[in-house]
Design a protein around this ligand. Structure first.
Ligand SMILES: [Zn+2]
Length: 383
């Protein structure tokens, strides 16, 4: 039996999640603390920070904003422009950029910002995707590294001292207390909480023809470089109440486009729109830990009173962890062909990373699947 949070639908199998005596998870407890926050004071605090770091003379940018072109980064840029800041927007190109993702990046630029897109060597990247999927069951490992390293590298390169990140993922999604309350993103944060699963960049050198020179953009700047420029990173979600759904509504008024239906395996049409590989990443989260993107989205709604827990259970049962036959409309076969992998190899890797105790098995002990090829969890709620 999987034990779930009594307030939301996170299972105890979620990494770094803890439960209190009432069976409430740390993500819910952390969210609850938001009610005590004096948001007006936090906003003043942010204005003070931005004043301190503002370039002033018009000779440089006031801050770096890492942007994927998604709803959150579109909202961040709208917010910062509204506060009179002049950001340099930096995109670390996603692994398998969708047409919709491209249109949303172009839309973001039209908000009126300078923008840099750093695209790493795709030949090397494909090898890294393949290797990370096969070795640690996370196709997005290289992307989750460069979305952090590239904006920090650009800050050093352009001499911009302030980086404004979006939300602290450890806050809404639960994590160690120190990570959730930290309002700054540092090397330590990245190493401990950035989801790098214990694989280090230096581990890659020498594998499948990868050399140090291929990994320049994957390295976090040195402490000396950071100190020389005086780079600080803050989470905007610490200073303004953060809600992905609201961000999407705001972003749409500024031209942000959504997917025409729910994204596969999710309960939203307004996020994770830019990378065909994300569906694979989320599927692995499901087979390893028993929850996928649909659970994350349902929980965000439950905590904000927009969805009853009992309805969410049924929605998650229908949508969460769907086998990724397609991701953002592209077939699994096509997506895998890009990283030189067959569907058969993919299925073997899936099997290796599936936590078999979480799913229904047949009399032979093999994983049972429904008519659509989806795994079925042993239980979807507490008894
Ligand atoms: Zn919870």
């Amino acid at each position: 039996m999987i034990r779930y949070c009594t307030r939301c639908l996170y299972p105890e199998t979620k990494p770094d999640l803890s439960f209190d005596a009432h069976g409430v998870c740390s993500a819910c407890s952390s969210y609850e603390k938001r009610a005590e926050v004096d948001w007006a004071a936090r906003k003043r605090e942010f204005l003070q920070i931005s004043e301190r770091y503002r370039a002033g003379n018009g000779e440089n940018y006031d801050c770096i904003v890492p942007v994927s072109g998604g709803k959150d980064s579109t909202y961040q840029v709208i917010r910062l422009l509204g506060l009179g800041l002049n950001p340099l927007c930096v995109t670390a190109t996603t692994d398998s950029l969708s047409d919709l993702g491209r249109r949303n990046i172009e839309n973001l630029k039209k908000l009126g910002v300078d923008h840099i897109e750093v695209a790493v060597n795709p030949v090397i990247r494909r090898r890294l995707n393949h290797m990370a999927l096969a070795q640690i069951g996370d196709i997005s490992w290289p992307e989750h590294l460069t979305i952090f390293t590239i904006p920090v590298r650009m800050a050093v390169q352009f001499g911009v001292r302030l980086i404004v990140w979006g939300e602290n993922p450890q806050n809404e999604y639960g994590g160690p207390a120190a990570a959730a309350t930290d309002n700054t993103l540092s090397r330590r944060w990245l190493e401990e909480f950035g989801g790098l699963l214990g694989l280090r960049v230096t581990d890659l050198i020498g594998q499948v023809g990868i050399e140090k020179r291929h990994l320049i953009q994957y390295a976090y700047p040195s402490d000396e470089e950071l100190k020389r420029v005086g780079v600080t990173g803050v989470f905007l979600g610490h200073y303004f109440p953060w809600d992905g759904f609201t961000n999407a509504i705001i972003a749409q008024a500024y031209g942000f486009e959504t997917f025409p239906r729910l994204v596969e395996g999710s309960l939203a049409s307004y996020e994770n729109l830019d990378n065909h590989q994300t569906g694979i990443h989320d599927y692995f989260k499901f087979i390893k830990y028993g929850f996928g993107r649909a659970t994350d989205i349902a929980n965000n709604h439950i905590r904000r009173g927009r969805l009853a827990r009992e309805d969410a259970v049924e929605m998650v049962k229908r949508c969460d962890g769907a086998y990724p036959h397609t991701c953002l409309g592209r077939s699994l076969k096509e997506i895998l062909a890009e990283i030189d992998m067959t569907v058969e190899e993919f299925d073997r890797i899936c099997d290796r990373f599936t936590n078999k105790r979480l799913f229904v098995r047949d009399n032979q002990g093999d994983l049972a699947r429904d008519g659509q090829g989806n795994l079925v969890k042993v239980n979807y709620d507490n008894p």
